[in-house]
Every structure is written in C-alpha cells, then in structure tokens.
Design a protein around this ligand. Structure first.
Ligand SMILES: Nc1ncnc2c1ncn2[C@@H]1O[C@H](COP(=O)(O)OP(=O)(O)OP(=O)(O)O)[C@@H](O)[C@H]1O
Ligand SMILES: [Mg+2]
Length: 307
C-alpha cells in the first residue's frame, strides 16, 4: 500500500488509535504544518525497506508466523519488515511472548516463516548457514566438552583440520578474555564466563551476522554491564552485524544503532528508534535518559513492564 492510499483509509476503522494519530501527524507533515523533528520521526515510522541497497545485510520482508499445534493456531508474528545494514547493531525489544525468539529463529533459518521472506545479502534464507552465528539465552553449551572444545565446535562441524581450529580457538578465547580457562569444564564457569564461551563459539566461524537472543538476560546487573562493554570492544575488532534481542531498554540504548520496538502478540513493528551516537556511550547523560524515556513510552503503550 502506498503512503497516500494508507492515508486515505479511515483511521477510526483501525483497531489501534496510535495508527490514527500517526496518520494525522503525517497528513500535517505533508501539508507542511509540522517542524523538522516531527518530520524525522514520521519518516522513521514508515519503516521503508530498501531492496537492492548494497549495504543491506539482512532484509526481513513481510515476515509472519502462525504456529499450529493440535489444530490450535497461535499467531506469533503478524508482519515485520526491517532492513539491517552491514556493521549495524539492531536491537529488538518487546513484550514477553510477543515473538522475538520466533523472529530470530526465522532469521537463523531454524524455523520457516508462514509468510514473507528473509534475505541474507541478496540470497533468500532457506536454512541455517555459516554466514549467521547464534548466541543463545540459555548458553546451550556442551557440558561434557572443555571450554576450548566448545569454542571449536563450529569449525569441527565444518571439517577444519585440528591444528588450524586449535589456533583459531586460542585466538577467540583471547578475544573474549578466557584464554586461562581453555581446559576448564563448563560447570566450573560463572554465568558471564559461560556466555563469553557462547560468544566465542559464534564468532569463531566468522559469520557476517551474529544473532543474540537475550544473551545477557540471565546475568546480574554488574556482569551484564561488563559484558555489554566487552561486546562493544569485540565489535571494534570483528565489525560484525548484530541482531540483538533484549528486554532491557538501558541495554538497547547503550548498544544499538537502531532499536526496533515490537507490539504485543501478534507482533508487528511499533516504532524504529535510531540512536545516532558512537560507542562506548555514557549512561549518565540527559540525552541517554531521554532516549530511554522515549522507548519506555512506546513500550508502555503495549502495557509492558520495563527494567
Ligand atoms: N513451537 C511452538 N509451538 C507453538 N507455539 C509456540 C512455539 N514456539 C513459540 N510459540 C508461541 O509463540 C509465541 C511467541 O513465542 P516466542 O518464544 O517467540 O516469544 P518471545 O518474544 O521470545 O518471548 P520471551 O520474551 O518470553 O522470550 C508465544 O505465544 C509462544 O507460546
Ligand atoms: Mg524469547
């Protein structure tokens, strides 16, 4: 639907009055009745996709997902379209159970969408691939293997010779600061250390994109802040594209280039908030807190409790 067609639709016919308000704002903008800040916000809200743009790494087009179990349908994702550019860190934040893991699994190629397409570069995603690495919320490490053997896993599956994968694992253990724990077993590690093993395991195959599902959600506040700072440090070296799921507004504002705020289930994009600052960021500035307030306001619209 074009913007003009969309504007012509009766806003009151829409379930959500937010849509009506957005339309009214856009009408004003088109008539030149609003200033520059509102104009930027309105442009943002269109979520224009940009097929064919060369720096787009992941392109999510009209993705929807309905689960069917024992004849019962659960519509998790209504429709989402978003582009993620090379080197961008894009966070998705939204109510519990709205479909964030579902979305990430579809990007990973672990779950087929009911409708729509995910493009990785210019190729349609039809399954998992080494171009996408995953970091799981619950670590998903193999407890019978040492730290180093866990990190090597992806290279082992790919048939990389032992000496080569051993050298690579040492390199990535250094990057995440775990070189002294190479021969430890997983049950000897703290939560933060386990998650660093998970990150090294995803990084070692040098994927173009890393998909992170609430990777720091299980950590205490202090360890979480340390892990966020370390992730930023790692990205300076590896320059990967990151798709990051979180429940924390503070984490989203601290890390992201773009925060995609999702609605409750069946989910769709509520708002896309661009964060134009370089990293690392100072959490104590008024601008940082103003940005958090903006995102909290979008989430409160969905009756979400936020931390
Ligand atoms: N395999 C499945 N079969 C049926 N329904 C499912 C399945 N996986 C998820 N769902 C349902 O789809 C919806 C979205 O689940 P999902 O795990 O994607 O949410 P989420 O946003 O990641 O939640 P959380 O914030 O709690 O991690 C939920 O209602 C869930 O019960
Ligand atoms: Mg989830």
């Amino acid at each position: 639907m074009s913007v003009i067609e969309w504007l012509k639709e009766d806003p009151s016919a829409n379930k959500k009055d937010r849509e009506g308000k957005k339309r009214a704002s856009i009408s004003k903008w088109l008539k030149g009745e609003v200033g520059i800040n509102t104009e930027a916000a309105i442009k943002r809200s269109f979520h224009e996709t940009s097929i064919g743009e060369s720096d787009v790494q992941i392109s999510i087009r009209n993705i929807g997902k309905t689960y069917v179990k024992n004849g019962v349908e659960t519509k998790a994702i209504d429709e989402i379209s978003i582009d993620v550019r090379k080197g961008e860190l894009v966070s998705f934040i939204g109510p519990s159970g709205c479909g964030k893991t579902t979305l990430l699994n579809m990007i990973a190629g672990l779950l087929p969408p009911t409708s729509g397409v995910v493009y990785v570069g210019s190729r349609e995603c039809t399954g998992p691939g080494r171009d996408r690495g995953m970091v799981f919320q619950d670590f998903a490490l193999l407890p019978w293997r040492t730290v180093k053997n866990n990190v090597e896993l992806g290279l082992e599956i790919a048939g990389v010779p032992k000496a080569e994968r051993s050298a690579k694992a040492d390199e990535y253990l250094r990057i995440v600061g775990l070189e002294k724990f190479a021969n430890s077993h997983i049950n000897e590690l703290s939560g933060g250390m386990k998650q660093r093993v998970g990150i090294a395991r995803a990084l070692i195959v040098e994927p173009d994109v890393i998909l992170m599902d609430e990777p720091f959600g299980a950590l205490d506040a202090q360890t979480r802040n340390l892990m966020q700072a370390q992730l930023i440090d790692i990205l300076k070296t590896t320059k990967q594209t990151i798709i990051f799921i979180t429940h924390s507004v503070d984490e989203a504002v601290y890390l992201s280039d773009k925060v995609v705020v999702l609605t409750k289930r069946p989910t769709t994009v509520n708002e896309v908030v661009e964060i134009p600052w370089s990293r690392p960021r100072d959490r104590t500035t008024p601008e940082f807190n103003e940005m958090k307030r903006e995102i909290v306001a979008y989430l409160e619209h969905e009756n979400v409790l936020v931390d």
